[in-house]
Design a protein around this ligand. Sequence first.
Ligand SMILES: Nc1ncnc2c1ncn2[C@@H]1O[C@H](COP(=O)(O)OP(=O)(O)O)[C@@H](O)[C@H]1O
Ligand SMILES: [Mg+2]
Length: 388
Amino acid sequence: MPSAAAVFHRPELARKLVQQILQVGVGSAAGSGVFLSAPRRTGKSTFVREDLRPAFEAEGALVVYVDLWANPPADPGDAIVQAIRSALQGQDGVLLRLAKSAGLSKFSVGGAMQFDLDRVGLGATVSLSEALVALSDEIAAMIVLVVDEAQHAMTSDAGVAALFALKAARDELNSSRHHGLRVVCTGSNRDKLAMLRNSKEQAFFGAPMVNFPLLGRDFIDWFCARIDLPFPLDAAQVWPLFAAVGCQPELLGAAGDHFRFDFELDPAAGPQQFAEEVRRLAAEMVEVQRKDIHSLTPIQLAVLRVMAASGNTYAPFETATMGRYRLAMQLAGLPADEVKADVPGVQQALIALQEKKLVWRAARGMYALEEQSTVDLLRAEGLLAGLD
Ligand SMILES: Nc1ncnc2c1ncn2[C@@H]1O[C@H](COP(=O)(O)OP(=O)(O)O)[C@@H](O)[C@H]1O
Ligand SMILES: [Mg+2]
């Protein structure tokens, strides 16, 4: 996490988002939650922690934050439950309410202390919804639950159950009896996030999807003024470079580190070499992915290409999709007798693609590309032509 001094703040963006999220217009589904999507490593979590959270708090809301990527082996359902338990921790009034409703006998003196937070959870004595209702009534304020990298909730049954529990809580808290709940989800992959809101069975059906704005020219001005290299950087030159490498601050930071202690360098040549280093680092990242893709078997590559071309309409085992796998193999110039696709073969390919971290599988057998950038790479290599 960057230290406080090293963060470029975006208070205006935070203010606008907070306003839109707190005041739900007539007929808007924003009360269902809001989805912010942007590619990975572009500053979503930093913004949420450093700017969005304080902006909600300034409006008197209680923010519960959980990053489902922070601790990958942990079950996303548990992570959500834990975050809600931590919000209850130390709120004696809430614990007392929960102790009463859970029927604990001696709640009058020190009753709050007797209430064990382990009783709150999925399928536990106190549901997440009941816990959030008690919290809302006690603090008499809006609760904002921020779920960072929310798509991970779909990878486990407990995660899916937690999402439904949140939906129930939201419906209850947004009734006139309580003080409101907003769920803000962020994610690095639009197709994955879209699964949370595209079908009626999903917890956040109809919730608005917002393209989270990438860091802009003002960030580059800030960055160039502070980077403190042995040579100055001109924001007008760095800005197009930053945009070309997907607006990832870490690439600039890593290139900077490359020159920080290079006191021999001719300052006049510095900016040019800095630009080359940024491009080299970006190309290196793409090269790793390119190698992975070119080491796939024909059926694995066909599955990946068809998935990329289909986006969130991808249905792996439908007859029409089987035809498209074969088409992909033909287009790749495979001899006719090697062009075959059947269900077991596709199943195996999907498992292999998951192991290679190219493909992501949600509970209930929905699939998406792990990285959105894979689509760009496949397209640049001409591997989506004729399949789109
Ligand atoms: N506003 C910012 N100011 C300074 N550095 C930033 C800012 N946003 C992101 N960064 C840098 O980029 C890295 C990735 O940002 P992060 O918020 O983790 O991205 P995401 O959550 O989108 O994957 C951070 O570790 C930090 O170094
Ligand atoms: Mg993040």
